[in-house]
Design a protein around this ligand. Structure first.
Ligand code: NAD
Length: 500
């Protein structure tokens, strides 16, 4: 392992991290720091640099310079080797990074180790594209020209990520950006910044030149705004809430830069009367209680045929009551704490609003017996589409249940949302499965399943859930410019006053 460490020392159990700029670990120019808390103990565990706009400027300058250095001169074949090596290093250090994610975000170790072990697939998949970024030769109506296109890296990519899965959401951006030959400046969430800072050393160890990958952290949310509007940036890729996504799009627009936005969701799980109740109950639990519901794709609205509702809801409630909620580092824990205090307060407010609007909380709610920020798996019935808990993204372990009688009604309820990230259809009828999947306004539809992703399958949202797609072959195009090259073949002179 490299001598350059993110974690410089451990004093009084507090771990210390530094910015990663131009291949070096550095303090913020101001010398300021802030603390992040472990959501299980609610105690501070890490000291993080509190960067200012001057640190963002330094990172963008480093990334611009790196485009002109050895990285910019490399062939796709050479880049592929380094990107694959980075994937191997993630695999070798998966436990280290997973434990750090758990400390910072409260996600389960059993989930994060799986996620970290899976991440190399993103680097392998996109490394496989680096040497296939082909242009075209294009016939035109002008016989005296030979025309071809070339793919070139878009330049400096600014990535802004949320707290719920820092490494995975970074990998979905970094792997295609590196494959395209871009350089990268990332600003992770102020609530879970540690693993992204720690990651820098693996980029260096993989042999990727200095300046290609840079990390800046800070408490001030305007830091992200400064990065998104930076004149030295060429592309902005963002995952986070819809409100922030709109601000990021405006900031990027001020520089006429393209954006990819992966935003919030309020995803439906539609259950038809011919489904297997046990399989459905299990799938619904995976969709809403895995990761404590703190995932963009959480299946937070159960839209279920009236004839099956009591049976399935009873099974879900029974299982919800046995979910082992507790220490996210323990192997048998099934749900950890809510990642941070503001999010815990937000979910608590949603539960209060549900009660005041007349909904019934069948099980769950705030767990006052634990020290950390815990909300137990919550199931809410007697809701209507106008209630806040049904309309707004909660981003927590809260399921709203709505019955339907006809297929049309189910589709209408499912599409009655500004979001369109994901959804599922549970049925044994293959025609209905396809018919309903085609009608859902969602970027991803699972049939008889939930929460499956792959580096090769496009992921993103309709409506307020985002703009563009991550993953899949085409996502690399977001990091490439197309250049058309016209070669005149005859050397003949032409009328200079008309278009050729
Ligand atoms: P958030 O929008 O509050 O913050 C996301 C990031 O943006 C953070 O790094 C934050 O510091 C930064 N930021 C804040 N203000 C900014 C500004 N004005 N300009 C630029 N950057 C700014 O989101 P969060 O609370 O960290 O994450 C939860 C949200 O993320 C949920 O809405 C969830 O649905 C969404 N999410 C979406 C996906 C997806 O793939 N669609 C995946 C995970 C999470």
């Amino acid at each position: 392992m490299s001598e350059t460490h993110a974690k410089t020392a451990a004093t009084n159990a507090i771990e210390h991290f530094q910015l990663y700029i131009n291949g070096e670990y550095l303090p913020a120019k101001s010398g300021k720091t802030f603390m992040t808390a472990d959501p299980f103990s609610t105690e501070n565990w890490a000291e993080i640099p509190d960067a200012g706009t001057e640190d963002i400027d330094a990172a963008v300058t480093a990334a611009r310079q790196a485009l002109k250095g050895p990285w910019g001169a490399m062939s796709g074949f050479q880049r592929a080797k380094l990107i694959r090596r980075l994937g191997e290093l993630i695999d070798e250090n998966a436990e280290y990074l997973a434990r750090m994610e758990v400390r910072d975000s409260g996600k389960l170790y059993r989930e994060m180790i799986f996620q970290l072990k899976y991440l190399p697939e993103w680097f392998n998949y996109f490394a496989g594209l680096t040497d296939k970024l082909e242009g075209k030769t294009i016939p035109t109506d002008k016989n005296n020209f030979f025309v071809y296109t070339q793919r070139q890296p878009v330049g400096v990519v600014a990535a802004i990520t949320p707290w719920n899965a820092p490494m995975m959401l970074m990998a979905m951006k970094l792997a295609p950006a590196l494959a395209a030959g871009c350089t990268f400046v990332i600003k992770p969430s102020e609530h879970a910044p540690a693993s992204t800072l720690a990651f820098g050393r693996f980029v260096k160890e993989a042999g990727i030149p200095d300046g290609v990958f840079n990390v800046v952290t800070g408490l001030d949310r305007n830091l992200g705004a400064h990065l998104a509007a930076h004149p030295g940036v060429n592309k902005v890729v963002f995952t986070g809430s819809t409100a922030t996504g709109r601000a990021v799009a405006q900031a990027a627009g001020s520089q006429l830069n393209g954006v990819v936005l992966e935003l919030g969701g309020k995803s439906p799980q539609i259950v038809f009367e011919d489904s297997d109740p046990e399989a459905v109950a299990n799938g619904v639990i995976a969709g809403i209680f895995a990761a404590g519901g703190q995932t963009c794709m959480a299946g937070s609205r159960l839209i279920i045929h009236r004839s099956l509702m009591d049976d399935v809801v009873n099974r879900i409630v029974a299982r919800a009551n046995t979910i082992k909620v507790g220490d996210p580092q323990a192997a048998d824990t099934e749900m950890g704490p809510i990642s941070n205090k503001p999010q815990f307060d937000r979910i608590s407010e949603f539960l209060e609003s549900a009660k005041s609007e007349g909904a019934t909380i069948l099980t769950g709610g705030v767990d006052a017996n634990k020290q950390g920020w815990f909300i137990n798996p919550t199931v809410i019935t007697d809701v209507n589409p106008e209630m806040r808990v049904v309309k707004e993204e909660i981003f927590g372990p809260v399921l709203c249940v709505m019955p339907f009688d006809t297929e049309e009604e189910a589709i209408e309820l499912a599409n009655n949302t500004e979001y369109g990230l994901a959804g599922s259809v549970w049925t044994m009828n293959i025609q209905r499965a396809h018919r309903v999947a085609h009608k859902l306004n969602a970027g991803t539809v699972w049939v008889n399943s939930y929460r499956a992703v792959s580096p090769s399958v496009p992921f993103g949202g309709f409506g307020s859930s985002g703009l563009g797609r991550e993953n899949g072959v085409e996502s690399i195009l977001d990091f490439l410019e197309t250049k058309s090259v016209w070669i005149e073949l005859t050397g003949a002179t032409r009328d200079p006053f008309r278009m050729a």
